[in-house]
Design a protein around this ligand. Structure first.
Ligand code: HEC
Length: 127
């Protein structure tokens, strides 16, 4: 009987000392993080685009992008090329007939990762 308990205690000791070593698969590699961030930022999600548009554009453009805003024109249906040019460089695509030539719109380069989302929102099918 005593022997049985000795063996049992030994077994429990060994079991208690066993350490769980984290496997490689449990830690996220830098590449995986990078891919995750990319899919987060370069998506074309109209819901995200709406939030970004409401927060950054509606001081001048209309909440309804089909209508002209207080300062800026209607922007519904804008192409990605137009949005990129206007938001990042303050320019228009070649041969594009600008709706207004006031030159008031500021550059918003911090939104460079959001252009696909804004584009998705501004090109939602007509209701
Ligand atoms: C401070 C006011 C202001 C803000 C903020 C602003 N815009 Fe504008 N936007 C204008 C004005 C004014 C024009 C007309 C041309 C000009 O003055 O540059 C314009 C023109 C445009 C055009 C070109 C329309 C055309 O077809 O000629 C697009 C596209 C556009 N804005 C998109 C946006 C988006 C998207 C945002 C937000 C990320 C934004 N603007 C933020 C004022 C603004």
């Amino acid at each position: 009987m005593r022997r049985f308990f000795l063996v049992l205690i030994l077994f429990l000791l060994v079991a208690a000392c066993e350490q769980k070593i984290p496997k490689d698969t449990e830690t996220e590699s830098a590449l995986e993080v990078d891919i995750r961030n990319k899919t987060l930022t370069s998506s074309s999600d109209p819901a995200k685009g709406k939030t970004v548009y409401y927060a950054n554009c509606t001081s001048c453009h209309n909440y309804n992008p089909k209508k002209p805003g207080s300062v800026g024109p209607d922007v519904y249906g804008s192409s990605k090329e137009l949005l990129t040019n206007k938001i990042l460089y303050g320019k228009y695509p070649e041969n594009y007939q600008a709706k207004r030539t006031s030159g008031i719109m500021p550059l918003l380069p911090h939104l460079n990762q959001q252009i696909s989302n804004i584009h998705a929102f501004l090109n939602l099918p007509l209701k």
